[in-house]
Ligand binder design. Sequence first.
Ligand code: 5GP
Length: 138
Amino acid sequence: MITVTILEFAMSVTGLPPYDDANIFARILRGEIPCKKVHEDAHALAFHDINPQAPVHVLVIPKGPYVSIADFGAQASDAEIAGFWRAVSKVAKDLGLEAAGYRALTNMGVDGGQEVPHFHVHLFAGRRIGRMVPKAEG
Ligand code: 5GP
């Protein structure tokens, strides 16, 4: 539907710097907004998505101010990158997702459908997640 497409487009962000310190995940990191935390360490915070798209839908975010996977890969230190990706794997393992499997996904920019301008990886699990990418419309 065109209305939905325009709305989704309008809600998407570029995924490129500058970093907006007022974004919702920055506020969660500062403790200004609550979250259902599942893991925290020096480099990452993981919490349940507020609008889950699967029985398990967890977000893993780095603690540093990175807008997207592009910004993170270009600007984060080796320690931040290693620490973050180890946390992603650990969260999935600790939640017991490895046996049945899960999907790890990140959206970048407008075509990627990114809505929150702080890099995050989605973990989806608890059912067959289905098609990786929807069929093109029209
Ligand atoms: P994106 O589209 O940027 O990849 O995903 C953003 C995700 O953040 C969405 O799945 C959305 O439901 C989630 N989200 C947005 N606001 C909040 C919030 O305040 N708390 C939590 N836990 N998740 C949020």
